[in-house]
Design a protein around this ligand. Sequence first.
Ligand SMILES: *Cc1c(COP(=O)(O)O)cnc(C)c1O
Length: 315
Amino acid sequence: MTLVTPSPPAVAGLSAQAALHIATPLLVSLPLSERTGCEVSLKMEALQPSGSFKLRGVGLACQTRVAQGANRLVSSSGGNAGIAVAYAGRLLGVPVEVFVPQTTPARARELIAQQGARLTVHGASWQEANDLALAELRPTDAFIHPFDDPLLWEGHATLVDEVAQATPEPPDAVVLSVGGGGLLSGVLQGMHRHGWGHVPVVAAETQGADSLAQAVAARERVVLPAITSVATSLGARQVCEQAFAWTQRHPIHPVVVTDQQALDACGRFLRDHRVWVEPACGAALAALDAVPLLLPHARRMLVVVCGGVNVVNAG
Ligand SMILES: *Cc1c(COP(=O)(O)O)cnc(C)c1O
């Protein structure tokens, strides 16, 4: 089967252009509400066309950079960010090159190639793939960072716009996963523009990918020696400065779960809601269990079901 690349839309200025992400459903989860004793709402980012929330920020970043004249999009993520860039490039009619290390699973490579992106496999780790991507960058290319870019945060913030529009009252807590902290930064940006500045955020990570929790404990950004969690989408060895800065000016509660707890939460979510999410998202679902003790007055919780196409041992 050949994939047809849609003809590029006229880039007449961003405001005239529709967003590349979709507005996702907001669902109340009876199983998770029963489990936690709170009303749990799910923002279903797993249903974005690229499989994760990444498309919100990546889509806006790609659109903006192309409108500014970029004629090629470059990513060094073999995960959900790379797939989102590939998807955005296909819709914008702009070539995409994704540089990934040899460790990138075959399925992830297929998903990127299926979007019509060029895939270059180089090096034993992400660092080497990223170095090559940067070395080969041309002046008219746009390099799309997976989490450290204000355009990304602005795009991610739109998920809060949708929730604020759908519900008059803010939730009592927002629960989400943290890798490099792009999602956290974007959601907080959205929360603050909707007057949710007092609503605590529960920031979920897995053991072995807990760069935010360790930074909060150390009161400065730390660099993890290695990522040892199966939740590879949370595997940023250091959170971005913006995410750490938010911990200084907003109530943020880091919660670290085990890989097994994240995987179990993925299994429960599949049974409860018939949607597969990857362990990076399972971390947020698992962290829900900690909220009643952590925030005993919270009655209504919003969970960002960030999604992800990374299917662990599931063929
Ligand atoms: C990227 C990603 C995260 C972490 O997002 P950051 O912006 O890096 O903090 C969490 N879950 C999934 C599914 C992701 O793709």
